[in-house]
Design a protein around this ligand. Structure first.
Ligand SMILES: [Zn+2]
Length: 385
């Protein structure tokens, strides 16, 4: 049996007396003959509140009957329901804001709304447009605010779907439609909760525009949410400015300048590190004695064999007759100058195979895993170290 939805005709009703018409055995899910609780649907989350003092954790629309999910079992059949007003009113503001914004994007730019979702932080409408310019956003938000300030009363009517005219978005529903109308602005078939007068949604703020599925998705906030977000944004920006010792007006330019300087400094740091690693490779070579066969053999250990360690090794073998065995915590590197007569890649690959490990490289430069310290001993022997 469908539940009578009291919020259909009065979104401001916060309390009710009702009768339990069905309940689960555990008493945690009940259906009532009438309810003030909005179930999750159409992008709007459910209401919360209490039934005889028991907290409602969810409200679900099950084919017209509204299921109230409770935090603890309910045994009575006569109940008094109380809606959490703060959450309800917030949802009314966001939802009505959606009607207005959708109507404004349609009116100003001919852009339709494809979907709507009310989130914990901000609500979103996905628009049938690839992108929106900052000018379009500003034009839309200022126009919407102007319309809201005129404060038209919002009208709810029930009309036969076959007779209903002038809907912003065509509906496939049949039978009686609940139509929410902001006179002169919007007429939509909608089952949600809305404010009674449009100015109640103010202030209105578009937070961000993202690209989703190739469409522009607009995030917005209305009413107290918008006030709270604006206040917290301002506080964060003020703290940022204070920490940088500048004013609110100059903080953006300063942050951009700092980011650029940081990127340049990072580039410079990488260049210096590479230069230092190249020098270290040459120093290592110079500090290695020459054997009777004219080869300079060297064993070196590094914490990890990273790009800088590889640069050092390459620098070592850029000189004649260099043979370097480098090992890190979990990898090993063999580098041999082109004139050394040793094929680093073939030698390392063969040694690794004995230990069931993998790796390899070119005749002058090879790297692999270090499965066992005995591998180092094996390589030392082969390289004459
Ligand atoms: Zn609506």
């Amino acid at each position: 049996m469908p539940s009578e939805r009291l919020y259909y005709t009065n979104s401001y009703l916060t309390q009710m007396e009702a009768r339990v018409v069905a309940a689960s055995e555990d008493g945690l899910r009940v259906t009532l003959d009438r309810t003030v609780f909005y179930p999750s649907s159409g992008g709007q989350p459910n209401d919360l509140g209490t039934l005889n003092g028991v907290a409602i954790v969810d409200a679900i629309d099950e084919g017209g009957a509204i299921l109230h999910v409770l935090a603890s079992p309910l045994t009575e059949t006569a109940v008094r329901g109380v809606v959490s007003w703060q959450r309800r009113y917030d949802h009314m503001q966001q939802h009505t804001g959606q009607h207005l914004l959708s109507a404004v994007f349609e009116e100003l730019f001919g852009i339709p709304t494809l979907s709507f979702r009310m989130g914990e932080e901000s609500s979103t409408i996905e628009l049938g447009a690839k992108e929106l310019s900052p000018e379009q956003i500003d034009t839309a938000i200022l126009h919407a605010a102007e319309l809201a300030r005129a404060n038209p009363l919002i009208i709810v009517t029930f009309e036969d779907a076959a007779q209903a005219r002038g809907l912003r978005k065509a509906t496939e529903r049949e039978g009686i439609l609940r139509i929410v109308e902001i006179p002169g602005i919007d007429r939509s078939a909608c089952g949600g909760t809305h404010v009674a007068a449009l100015a109640e949604i103010l202030p209105l703020q578009i937070r961000e525009v993202e690209k989703v599925r190739g469409n522009a998705r607009v995030g917005f906030v209305c009413g107290n949410r918008a006030i709270r977000r604006a206040q917290s944004d301002l506080r964060a920006l003020t703290r940022t400015a204070q920490s940088l010792g500048t004013s609110l007006e100059n903080v953006e330019a300063l942050v951009v300048a700092i980011s650029q300087r940081l990127a340049e400094a990072e580039k410079l740091r990488q260049r210096f590190e590479t230069e230092a690693a190249t020098r270290a490779g040459l120093d290592l070579y110079a500090g290695t004695s020459v054997s009777s066969d004219g080869i300079r053999r060297r064993l070196a250990s590094e914490a990890i064999i990273d790009e800088l360690a590889r640069t050092k090794a390459k620098s070592f073998i850029s000189q004649p007759g260099g043979v370097l065995l480098m090992h890190g915590a979990d990898s090993v590197l063999v580098a041999c100058s082109a004139d050394s007569g040793i094929n680093a890649g073939a030698l390392l690959k063969q040694a690794l195979t004995k230990f069931g490990a993998r790796g390899g490289g070119s005749p002058t430069f090879a790297q692999g895993n270090l499965p066992d310290v005995l591998l180092i001993e094996d390589l030392k022997r082969q390289l004459g170290l």
